[in-house]
Write a protein that binds this ligand. Structure first.
Ligand SMILES: [Zn+2]
Ligand SMILES: [Zn+2]
Ligand SMILES: [Zn+2]
Length: 138
């Protein structure tokens, strides 16, 4: 269980003012789901104002607390960044989308290693999504 102080300091580190809603959403990322979508958040916090939830995710993404994942489901997922993440290509990792339970996971230790690109090509971003069955479904 993360104390409010810890959650507050996580937000402060990324220069995000710790409002009640931001703290609730970050706690959800830290304790329940590392990857989630706006729709899931809306269902989970159905009493919350939808535009506030949307703005919370936008702020988190702009400040580098979470990153966007396009897993091919049509719903944009957001995953929690590591502490030192600057969301550049060096920090990008594979994601795994389970076709059975529909969950998406950040595989933070799985990175595109030595990409041997042809001369003159430079990667800035990548859509790294593996699909299959997750450990809960296997
Ligand atoms: Zn990041
Ligand atoms: Zn699964
Ligand atoms: Zn991720």
């Amino acid at each position: 269980m993360n104390s409010n102080t810890k959650i507050e300091s996580e937000l402060n580190k990324r220069e995000i003012r710790p409002t009640a809603m931001r703290m609730i959403v970050l706690r959800y990322f830290l304790e329940e789901k590392n990857c989630t979508s706006l729709t899931e958040l809306e269902e989970k916090f159905d009493h919350a104002d939808k535009s506030t939830l949307f703005r919370t995710l936008t702020t988190f993404e702009q400040k580098g607390l979470i990153h966007r994942i396009e897993d091919g489901t049509g719903f944009t997922k957001f995953g929690l960044c590591t502490e030192d993440c600057d969301c550049s290509f060096d920090f990008q990792h594979y994601h795994f989308h389970c076709i059975n339970c529909n969950e998406t996971f950040c595989l933070k230790s799985l990175k595109p290693q030595s990409l041997n690109l042809p001369k003159g090509f430079m990667v800035q971003s990548a859509n790294l999504v593996l699909k299959g069955h997750c450990s809960n479904c296997n």
